[in-house]
Design a protein around this ligand. Structure first.
Ligand code: GCV
Length: 850
């Protein structure tokens, strides 16, 4: 009865709300008639599940839901296997008991499944979903539904699948107060004001999404952990979330704080060598497992970014990991110890210092000292989820220790869900990178799964950070990153194209034009983003001491955070060769040498490994400086093209998501121009070398606001300077209303006016990024008039992650179809509100449609 109720709820959610993005790739939209025809016979009219286990009932309900949605057919739910045709679900043993005469695989792996179509003489048909275990049955049902959604024939179905690695987890950086660190899709689905959210609907929907892509663990709290998570009186809150995820086979895990024994345990120490501390971890862990026996384990961030760790007592990471791991061991719990350990107060002036060295320096010598339920969770690259990094040298350096690769689904440094930036190709490149850790190819995927050195376990962790927004991640297109992560974790041998096409067909449409267009956009978007932000291994060049979003080239330098690019008047790049920081020596020799030598170091990572003059000639034949200029122009042009590509899908995708994605892409196109100009001008100023194509610093269609006639507006210096045109100058309004104006002096015609203004977010504190909200002062307003007539007006409501005039808030507004004659006055009026100063940078006048 209960399950039926849940099922009915799901049905309503997914049919009524399908096009808000909430159903993600599980829309089960009706197939077109031609695609559906093949299933009329192939899909039997009944479904039988051979057990009443929660997971298998979830599996059955999913099949009923999917067949109903895609084929418009209501399956008869039969309580036991009857003589008639049916979709039959069960574990291998259950199927064997029900159909003893059919040939079954001898074994199936944990979480694996077998899909088989059988037709007996006489016409009885069985579509069998056999699981290696109950979770396998659930995964098999999602796989079958995916096949139908993709229009694949089932007639000859005989397919076994097993996950590539046992660990396929997501981490959520959700704080117990309901905020999410680096979350861009709204408030936490798990927590609200210090407790589990009253309504667990979204958690259960998320569990279903995770199960559909084979994810089996979810850490539900921020690694910058609140010790309260381990308080005995908090256990019911965790239990509530675990209850919601359990029907989907997703184990709950907790991010813990290493000082918990002292902070909440009443001890005067958290020294891992102190027996009292070990006892405390054991008692706390036992208490949690007593209430929730299927907790997956704990995650720990220690000795990193202000988090306390074993260094407080001169102990090693192995000492720290083992004390907690031993408490988890009797419960089969895993302990994920993050490899993201580094000093964020390094001396920038010391050319030998290098944050990239940190993970390997901290962990490789400890190999063999960790208990067998400890997993070292290693970020894909050695720095911090930048647009391009080499694979971390720690992969393959741990031969006797479990490891897992950590990737970031939430796009922290990669456009924060405001930008189309498909990360699957980036992860795939790392997963396929050969670390030369042993004879024969040893790509990262094989090492992370523990298949080279035969570790006990290993796999994949994705930092997901979904939120309460209807589309989960803040951007419909970003859902592809979550989907792609799960698919790669299940099977990293899948190609990027396979994954992308699957996602598009299920999420938008199987129409070839839609699949090709979205596929091309997604698959090129990493390179595009890299081109207009930080190419050649420069890293992302965002405001790294603030919100990690807007452009700020120098933010990386002169501080202890270690994301240095060391650009100066002569050259750019970090020397990580033995003559520099020696980082390249952390790789196995074949890899280290390849990066170390200029002849073999790939252009894409040149500046990550080498400091070279701006005139250095790349393998591409261009100089470094010209390549920086060219790639920024190319990147910005590409985003403009995405807008046009997307427009070509009007009518082929639903109106709601069409409009939402278009708005995001138009915004991104404006931001890409800002990035292009900011980074190019910064390097022009640093290098003194002109763009051979004459573009950088020359903007013939551009009129700087500060050079127009100012009516109330006053000039302001924007920080960083490269975030505003005209050497960092813009105008702001400190009175009730202001205006800039000029007289048009060109030929008559129809034009598009590109207004570059600042869209401040006054709900944030002025320093931006981290920290609590301040009282918002409401959006500033803008109005454009031509020859005295209003041609457009708008309010500055884009939720940029900054309250200042800077690289995060500089925004473009386009007024199209404006008729201009010589002498016409163009006037832009701004109405500030409180802290929002109606800032203006420039106006560009382009022929309409350009
Ligand atoms: C959870 C980066 C992010 C931090 C994050 C950290 C980590 O530095 O900016 O917000 O903290 O990575 O992975 O622990």
């Amino acid at each position: 009865m209960m399950l039926r109720f849940v099922f009915a709820g799901l049905l309503i959610c997914c049919v009524v709300r399908a096009e808000t993005g909430r159903s993600a790739w599980l829309r089960y939209a009706p197939l077109d008639t031609a695609a559906a025809r093949q299933y009329i016979f192939e899909v039997p009219a009944a479904v039988t599940v051979l057990s009443s286990s929660t997971l298998e009932l979830s599996a059955r309900d999913e099949v009923v839901l999917g067949v109903h949605g895609m084929l418009g057919k209501d399956l008869r739910v039969e309580p036991t296997a009857s003589k008639g045709s049916a979709i039959l679900l069960g574990t291998l043993a259950e199927i064997h008991a029900a159909l003893p005469t059919i040939a079954l695989p001898k074994t199936l792996e944990a979480d694996g499944f077998w899909l088989k179509y059988i037709m007996f003489v006489g016409g009885t048909r069985y579509l069998i979903i056999a699981g290696g275990d109950e979770r396998g049955v659930l995964y098999g049902s999602f796989a079958l539904m995916r096949k139908i959604a993709l229009g694949e024939s089932l007639a000859a179905l005989d397919e076994k699948q097993a996950p590539y690695a046992p660990v396929r987890w997501v981490d959520e950086w959700d704080n117990l107060n309901g905020t999410i660190e680096r979350g861009y899709g709204g408030a936490s689905i798990f927590w609200d004001a210090g407790n589990a959210r009253a309504d667990m609907t979204r958690v259960s929907e998320y569990g279903r999404m995770l199960a559909s892509i084979g994810i089996n663990g979810c850490a539900i709290s921020n690694v910058n952990a609140d010790p309260k998570i381990l308080s005995p009186d908090f256990i019911p809150q965790i239990a509530k979330i675990a209850d919601a995820l359990r029907p989907w086979g997703v184990h709950v895990a907790l991010a813990v704080s290493f000082d918990s024994p002292k902070k909440i345990g009443g001890l005067d120490t958290f020294d891992p060598a102190d027996p009292k501390v070990a006892e405390w971890w054991k008692a706390a862990t036992d208490g949690i497992y007593k209430a929730i026996p299927d907790i997956g384990g704990f995650v720990l961030k220690a000795d990193s970014e202000g988090r306390l760790g074993p260094s407080a007592y001169g102990r090693s990471h192995a000492d720290a990991a083992n004390v907690v791991a031993r408490a988890l061991k009797p419960h089969n719990g895993l302990f994920f110890y993050r490899g993201f350990v580094y000093d964020n107060h390094m001396d920038w002036n010391n050319p030998k210092n290098d944050r990239a060295r940190a993970a390997w320096d901290n962990f490789h010598a400890l190999d063999g000292q960790f208990d067998d339920n400890v997993i070292i969770q290693i970020k894909n690259g050695p720095i911090d989820f930048q647009v391009r990094e080499p694979a971390s040298p720690l992969f393959g350096a741990l031969e006797k220790t479990n490891q897992a690769i950590e990737v970031q689904i939430t796009q922290e440094y990669n456009g924060q869900a405001r930008f189309l930036m498909y990360e699957v190709p980036m992860w795939k490149e790392t997963l396929e990178f050969d670390m030369h850790a042993a004879p024969g190819p040893t790509p990262v995927k094989v090492l992370a799964a523990g298949k080279v050195f035969h570790q006990k376990t290993g796999g994949f962790v994705g930092v997901s950070n979904v939120g309460l927004d209807e589309n989960w991640l803040g951007n419909h297109m970003s859902q592809a990153n979550l989907y792609g992560y799960g698919r790669l974790a299940w099977n990293p041998d899948l190609t990027v194209k396979q994954i992308t096409d699957e996602w598009t067909k299920q999420t938008f449409s199987a129409n070839p034009k839609v699949v090709d267009t979205i596929g091309a956009m997604q698959m090129s978007s990493w390179r595009t983003y890299e081109n207009y932000t930080g190419p050649l291994g420069l890293q992302t060049l965002t405001d790294i001491v603030g919100n990690h979003y807007g452009v700020s080239v120098e933010a990386s330098e002169n501080n202890g955070w270690g994301q240095w690019h060391r650009a100066d008047a002569q050259g750019v790049g970090m020397d990580r060769t033995p003559a520099g920081t020696g980082y390249t020596t952390q790789y196995r020799p074949a890899v280290g040498k390849m990066f170390e030598q200029l002849e073999t170091c790939p252009d894409d990572l040149l500046l990550f490994f080498h400091h070279v003059p701006y005139t250095y000639v790349l393998h591409s034949g261009k100089t470094v400086i010209q390549s920086i200029y060219d790639s920024h122009y190319l990147g910005a042009d590409e985003v403009t093209r995405y807008v046009e590509d997307w427009k070509s899908l009007k009518g082929l995708v639903d109106d709601e998501r069409y409009a939402s994605v278009l708005k995001m892409l138009e915004y991104q196109a404006g931001q890409a121009v800002l990035w292009r100009d900011a980074v190019s001008n910064w390097f022009l100023r640093a290098s003194g070398i002109a763009d051979t194509k004459g573009r950088v610093g020359n903007y013939p269609n551009r009129f700087e606001a500060e050079k127009m006639k100012l009516d109330g507006y006053t000039e302001v210096a924007v920080k960083p300077w490269e975030a505003a045109s005209g050497d960092g100058k813009a105008v702001q309004c400190a009175v009730e209303e202001c205006a800039v104006s000029m007289n048009y002096a060109g030929a008559a015609g129809k034009f598009a006016l590109h207004v570059r203004y600042f869209d401040q977010n006054s709900s944030l504190p002025v320093p931006g990024g981290r920290g609590g909200p301040a009282a918002p002062s409401g959006p500033a307003k803008f109005r454009v008039l031509v020859a005295g007539k209003v041609v457009d007006e708008w309010t500055a409501t884009h939720p940029a992650p900054s309250a200042r005039l800077d690289g995060s808030t500089s925004t473009r507004h386009i007024v199209s179809g404006v008729v201009l004659k010589p002498g016409d006055e163009i006037r832009i009026e701004g109405v500030p509100t409180g802290r929002e100063v109606a800032g203006l940078d420039y106006l560009e006048i382009w022929p309409d449609g350009k």
